[in-house]
Design a protein around this ligand. Structure first.
Ligand SMILES: NC(=O)c1ccc[n+]([C@@H]2O[C@H](COP(=O)([O-])OP(=O)(O)OC[C@H]3O[C@@H](n4cnc5c(N)ncnc54)[C@H](OP(=O)(O)O)[C@@H]3O)[C@@H](O)[C@H]2O)c1
Length: 162
C-alpha cells in the first residue's frame, strides 16, 4: 500500500475541507498514478470531490459510517484490511484525508509527496515525514512551476516495511 498527497511547507494538506492550491501538473500526476488502481479515502475527502462523486476509473474504498453509492464502503480498519486482501498491495493508494493518512501511513511502503513551496494556511496536516525515523526521502525532483507555485515530487520509503 502507498499514500499520495501534496502538502505545503508546514505539511498542511487542506483547508475548509478542500485543497489549498490548484495544481494542474500535480493533479495530472495524481490521475496518472492512481487511474486503474484502488484508492482509499475518508468520508470528508469523498465529500470534497466535485458533486461528492467517487473518482472515475478507480476502485474507490471509503472509510465511512454510512454506505456511499458507487464506492466500496468500509466502516472500520478491520473491514478495510480484509477488503484490501483482494488487491495487490502496490495497486492500493491512500488518498486522504488527514485522519486517514495519520492512521494508514505507518502501513504504507511508499509515500508520494508533492511539496509546495508555500504556506497555504492549512487547517489539517499530515505527520512530518522528515521527522519520522521510519521514513527516508529517497528521491526529490527539481522544482517545477505549477500555476505560480514551485513544486517538487518526492518519494519517501518506509524503512520498516520490506
Ligand atoms: N493535499 C492533499 O493531497 C489532500 C488529499 C486528500 C484530502 N485532503 C484534504 O484533507 C481534508 C479532509 O481530511 P479529514 O481528516 O478532515 O477527513 P477524512 O480523513 O477525509 O475523512 C474523515 C472521515 O472518515 C471517516 N474515517 C476516518 N478514519 C476512519 C476509521 N479508521 N474508521 C472509520 N471511519 C473513519 C470518519 O468517519 P467518522 O465520522 O465515523 O469519524 C470521518 O468522518 C480536506 O481539507 C481535504 O481537501 C488533502
Amino acid at each position: 500500500m502507498k499514500a499520495i498527497f501534496h502538502c505545503d511547507k508546514r505539511w498542511g494538506i487542506g483547508k475548509n475541507n478542500g485543497l489549498m492550491f490548484s495544481l494542474p501538473k500535480d493533479m495530472k500526476f495524481f490521475r496518472e498514478t492512481t487511474t486503474g488502481k484502488v484508492v482509499v479515502m475518508g468520508l470528508n475527502t469523498l465529500l470534497s470531490f466535485p458533486h461528492a462523486k467517487p473518482l472515475k476509473d478507480r476502485i474507490n474504498i471509503v472509510l465511512s459510517p454510512t454506505d456511499i453509492e458507487g464506492t466500496v464502503t468500509v466502516h472500520d480498519l478491520d473491514e478495510l484490511f480484509s477488503e484490501l486482501k483482494k488487491y495487490p498491495p502496490d495497486d492500493v493508494y491512500v488518498i486522504g484525508g488527514a485522519s486517514v493518512y495519520r492512521v494508514l501511513i505507518p502501513y504504507c511502503s511508499e509515500i508520494l509527496v508533492t511539496k509546495v513551496d508555500a504556506d497555504g494556511g492549512a487547517d489539517v496536516f499530515v505527520p512530518d515525514l522528515d521527522a519520522d525515523p521510519n521514513f527516508a526521502c529517497i528521491s526529490e525532483s527539481d522544482p517545477v512551476e505549477d500555476n505560480g507555485y514551485a513544486i517538487r515530487f518526492c518519494l519517501y520509503r518506509n524503512t520498516t516495511v520490506l
